[in-house]
Every structure is written in structure tokens, then in C-alpha cells.
Design a protein around this ligand. Structure first.
Ligand code: SF4
Length: 593
């Protein structure tokens, strides 16, 4: 540490927030770099306070550090001021715990969480003194792997990443390290060739159809402690994953489709993990994480038991996202035992027709009842998630968002209840690979702006609602990048070369630069984002097998056109292909508690 401080003192004393860069957080693993057989740095290409909260990162960090012979360190994307200082003093990025330069690690494992972080990855490689292009790396350079939602279409990042981890990372990361440990004296070419044979690993140098990995979440692989930031992070709480996958099959949702089948953790493990996590960290809040937390078979009993355990301690629960049809008065009451916060519900669309198009399997009555349950139980703040620009959307579907809120207000008044304060987070539809809507073109920016104004024209009628719109310009870039092919890599590279960095923060995006780079490379990203693909054409992500039958996805797309629902996989199997193709099955918590 003192050597590090000597070397980096000037940088740390001149940068804006040194606490981001010094490590030594409470509960850091701090394993010895020199004695570990294999050294990995998990790199999150976004700011420290975002990355340190990322649950996937915490799991992999925990798994590697639990191995007696391996060590995992962490790195996050520095702010621009810190990068400038690194450049000025000719220093490189380093592992936060070991303080060892990132290019001395055996592996750098990047989180591919969102498309707008792609150029940040390239800049971080440059500042780690690792060649940005994989073809330029030699035997001494670390192997660069990446996993997360964006790995399901590896094509745009193929020129920069050596190995993509497809699907659940728990087992595959240790398999990679085990194999590497045995063959690390071989050449880079030979090592990559060997590692590419592991199931769930896609190596662009040795391209082959790659099937995702599926892991049955167990107790051992779940962390019960994780490094705690010196200052605030986006989620300062103990996070326990209660369920992986979601069988609701909303047609726009990539996470639901790529994480099938549903696998529930058993109640006893959830309770014990939560108690241990809170005890170890001292957090006063725990989050029961899932794509749809109140879908867990025993959610009420679990919260009941945890409430009993934490009674009088001030520790309270948060459920990140909830189904309105599963929201009950009992659940609302259970969740307000210690402290009331905001209830978040995701109707996604305002009209019934649109909710049928997206396969939300949710009625207006269910949404209103869920809100009434909350308000009756004393919740004053509701957050709604909506999407506009969805496939087959008409103007009346957009206006129905305002109608839904008016209806909620009418029902509250009828019961003599106070109107809740409602915040609507309204995003723009982005067609995602491996979903039934992957073929559908996005609305143009002009069309989204028109729909936004249409909805805003109804704002005076819903004074208790705040409408927060996501940027259509950013959503357009996301749509272009997420469905991109190999050529998109040139676009990403050129952006990086011209200074694009931390573009996951809209204020950092230089839209003019994007336009100039697109012109130079003869790319029309607006056209690509709005393009509707033919269902018969080959797609860049066809090389990745999630288990879903393509014909099933096409059928779902056709059912959407007719606004027809598919029964959730929780209720009845719709033969999407995952279970038969990948020889797996859904798992529900059968624990009687
Ligand atoms: S095959 Fe059936 S049970 Fe399995 S994930 Fe698909 S819909 Fe669900």
C-alpha cells in the first residue's frame, strides 16, 4: 500500500474523489496476488458506485476468492479527471485491492451489462496497457473475457474480447481457471483454443455455435458479504437472489428469455443467506432479488419470517420489481413492517390491447387493485415502469397510460383514499436479441418525440403523476448496438479512438461524434435501429444458443401481432424449447415453511 501511495500520491491528491480509487473497503477479500496460481481482475466498465453494487460481479468475485488457489481483484471505470491524471503521470489502471497493474493479471473479466459501456471497455484496456484489439495481444497479455446480458450477441465486441461467457457464470469461471492453471505455460493461441472447448464459452478466434450455461443456484455460490464502499453506492443493501429466470415471457424482455428456465432458491437458504448477509455487513436493508420477486412461491412466508427475525432492528426489505397481479394486501403489509418506501410496479403498457401484445398477462383491474392495496396499507409513493414505441402500438395505447392513472385516482377517491404520488419511468422500446420482438424495428426519434408530446398533453389530468422519459436518442444507439453485427465493432473502435468514454451517462455522449463516425464508416444507425428484419434472415446472434426454438420466437411474434397472450411458463409449459434442448427443467421452492 505504501509503495502504491508513493507512486499514485499526486494523482490521488489531485483527483475529484480519491475514495473511488484506494480500495481497502470493509469486507474486501484482499487475497495475496503473488501466491495465487491464477489471478483475475473483474472489471466493471462504469463508475465505482455503480460497479460495486452489481450483483453478478459480487457472485463471481465471491466464487473465485473462495477457491484456495485463485484470487480475484476488482477494477471500475475511473472518472475522466482520473484518466487524465494517469496519462499525465504515465501510470496504468490497477487492481483496487492488490494495486497491481491490470496487465499483470492472467485474466481481465469485463461485465457486459449494457451496450453504452462498450467504448469504456476499450479505453480501460488502453489504460491497462493491454492492446485493444485481440489480434494484437501476445502471450504476455491477460486473456480478456466478458459475460453478462450483452454477451448474448457477441458480434459487436468480437474484435476486442478473447472469450465470451454465455449464460450463468458460476461454474464456467472456475472451469476456465482450472484449465488455464494446467496449461498456462502454453502459447496464447493454444490456451484460447483449449478454453474455447468449454461449454458456454464463445471464442471469436475459434467460432462455433455456443450453448449457454445453466447453473442451479446453490447456497455455497451465493455471497454473504461483499466489499462496502467508503461512500455511497447505488444499492447500499444486502442483496439475496431468490429466483433466477422468469416464465412470464414478456415479449420485449431479453432477461426473461435468456435466463430460462425459472430456478427458485429454497426458502430456508434465502432466510439464512439474508440473515448472514445483514449480520456480516451491518446493512439496514435487504433486497430479495429476482426479475419478478413476488412470483417466488413462498415470498410472503419468507418476508414474514425475516420480519420476525429483524423485528425492532430497523432492518427493512425491498423487492426490486413486482407483479401487480401477485401484489396482495398481506404482502404490502409485510413490507411496511419497519419502514415504508416506494412500491414499484411494472405494467409496461397502458392499454389492455398493448399488454396483450407484449404478453404481460395483466389486467387493468389487477393493476388498480395492487395500487389500492398499497394505498390502503399506507404507501404513499408508487413507481410505474412503462415502455413506449412498442411493436404494433397505436396512439390510443400511449394515451392509455394517462387513462390508467386517471382510473387509479378515480378508484382512490371513491374509497376516500389519498391520491398516491406516482412516478412513471417511461422508456423507449429497444428490440433485443433472443426475444420475440428481436426482428421488429424501433420507432424513429421523431415518432417517439411525437408520442411523448401526445402523452404530455394529458399531464394536466394527472397532476399527482410525474412523467420521466428516457432519451430516445440513447435508445436508438442501444437498438443499433444490441442487434449489431461484426461491422459494428469498427464503429465502436472509431468512437473510442475519438474519445468516447463513460457513454452510459447521457451527459457524456457526444451525439455529434456518433454522427461523424457513422458518416465516415458509411453507417446509418438510425436506419439500422428502425429496420424490421425478415424472420427468415440470418441474425448476428444465431451463433449463440439459448435453447429457445427460433420457430417458437417467430410464433410468439405472430401472436403479438394478433394481441394474443401466451400462458406463463409458471402455469403451463409453452414448449419454448429450453427444457428439451438443454435437458433442464424449472425448479420451484417446495419448502413448507
Ligand atoms: S420449455 Fe416450457 S417449462 Fe421449460 S422454460 Fe420453456 S416454457 Fe418454461
Amino acid at each position: 500500500m505504501s509503495k502504491f501511495l508513493d507512486e499514485y500520491a499526486l494523482i490521488l491528491s489531485s483527483c475529484e474523489r480519491p475514495s473511488r480509487y484506494i480500495g481497502d473497503e470493509f469486507l474486501s477479500a484482499n487475497k495475496d496476488f503473488n501466491t495465487a496460481n491464477v489471478k483475475v481482475a473483474f472489471v466493471f466498465p462504469d463508475k465505482y458506485e455503480i460497479g460495486i453494487s452489481n450483483f453478478g460481479h459480487k457472485i463471481l468475485y465471491h466464487i473465485v476468492n473462495s477457491h484456495p488457489s485463485y484470487m480475484a481483484d476488482r477494477a471500475y471505470a475511473p472518472d475522466k479527471d482520473f484518466l487524465d491524471l494517469l496519462k499525465k503521470y504515465n501510470k496504468s489502471l490497477y487492481g483496487l485491492e492488490s494495486k497491481v497493474p491490470l496487465n499483470s493479471f492472467d485474466f481481465l473479466g469485463f461485465a457486459l451489462q449494457y451496450e453504452m459501456s462498450y467504448t469504456t471497455i476499450l479505453k480501460m484496456l488502453e489504460f491497462s496497457n493491454v492492446p485493444v484489439l485481440s489480434v494484437e495481444r501476445n502471450d504476455d497479455d491477460p486473456i480478456i473475457f466478458a459475460g453478462g446480458p450483452c454477451a448474448f450477441n457477441p458480434a459487436p465486441m468480437c474484435d476486442f474480447i478473447d472469450l465470451f461467457l454465455i449464460g450463468d457464470g458460476e461454474e464456467v469461471v472456475i472451469e476456465i481457471l482450472d484449465k488455464y492453471d494446467k496449461i498456462k505455460t502454453k502459447s496464447r493461441y493454444e490456451i484460447l483454443e483449449e478454453l474455447s472447448k468449454i461449454q458456454g464459452v464463445y471464442c471469436p478466434k475459434f467460432p462455433k455455435k455456443t450453448t449457454k450455461r445453466i447453473f442451479i443456484p446453490d447456497k455455497k455460490s451465493h455471497p454473504v458479504k461483499s466489499p462496502i464502499s467508503h461512500f455511497v453506492s447505488v444499492h447500499d443493501r444486502a442483496t439475496v437472489e431468490i429466483r433466477r429466470g422468469c416464465g412470464r415471457l414478456c415479449r420485449f424482455c431479453q432477461s426473461a428469455h435468456t435466463n430460462l428456465p425459472v430456478r427458485e432458491r429454497n426458502s430456508d437458504d434465502i432466510i439464512s443467506l439474508t440473515c448472514d448477509y445483514v449480520k456480516n455487513t451491518g446493512y439496514d436493508e435487504y433486497s430479495l432479488l429476482s426479475l419478478s420477486s413476488n412470483d417466488h412461491t413462498n415470498i410472503e412466508q419468507i418476508i414474514e419470517r425475516l420480519n420476525e427475525h429483524f423485528k425492532g432492528t430497523g432492518v427493512n426489505v425491498s423487492l426490486p420489481s413486482q407483479r401487480a397481479d401477485k401484489f396482495s394486501i398481506k404482502l404490502a403489509q409485510l413490507m411496511q413492517q419497519e419502514k415504508k418506501s416506494t412500491i414499484t410496479i411494472a405494467p409496461e403498457a397502458g392499454s389492455q390491447r398493448m399488454r396483450d401484445v407484449i404478453n404481460k398477462n395483466l389486467t387493468q383491474e389487477q393493476i388498480i387493485n395492487a395500487v389500492l392495496s398499497c394505498v390502503r396499507s399506507g404507501w404513499g409513493k408508487i413507481k410505474f415502469y412503462f415502455i413506449i414505441g412498442l411493436p404494433f402500438e397505436e396512439d390510443e395505447d400511449v394515451l392509455a397510460i394517462a387513462d390508467l392513472i386517471k382510473n387509479i385516482n378515480y378508484n382512490c377517491k371513491k374509497e376516500g383514499l389519498r391520491l398516491p404520488s406516482i412516478t412513471c419511468s417511461i422508456s423507449v422500446f429497444v428490440p433485443k436479441p433472443h426475444t420475440p420482438f428481436c426482428w421488429h424495428g424501433q420507432n424513429s426519434i421523431e415518432e417517439i418525440e411525437r408520442k411523448k408530446q401526445l402523452l404530455l398533453s394529458r399531464k394536466p389530468e394527472i397532476k399527482n403523476a410525474k412523467l420521466n422519459f428516457h432519451s430516445p436518442r440513447v435508445s436508438q444507439l442501444e437498438a443499433f448496438l444490441t442487434r449489431g453485427d461484426k461491422n459494428v465493432g469498427k464503429f465502436i473502435y472509431e468512437l473510442y479512438k475519438n474519445g468516447s468514454y463513460l457513454d452510459s451517462w447521457e451527459e457524456n455522449i457526444d451525439f455529434e461524434l456518433y454522427k461523424q463516425v457513422a458518416q465516415k464508416l458509411n453507417i446509418d444507425y438510425a436506419q439500422e435501429a428502425t429496420k424490421t428484419f425478415d424472420t427468415s434472415e440470418d441474425l448476428p446472434w444465431d451463433i449463440i444458443d439459448c435453447g429457445l426454438n427460433k420457430q417458437w420466437l417467430i410464433n410468439e411474434y405472430n401472436l403479438a401481432k394478433q394481441a394474443k397472450n401466451t400462458i406463463p411458463c409458471e402455469v403451463k409449459c409453452s414448449n419454448c424449447g429450453v427444457c428439451s434442448n438443454l435437458k433442464t427443467h424449472k425448479i420451484y421452492d417446495k419448502t413448507i415453511i
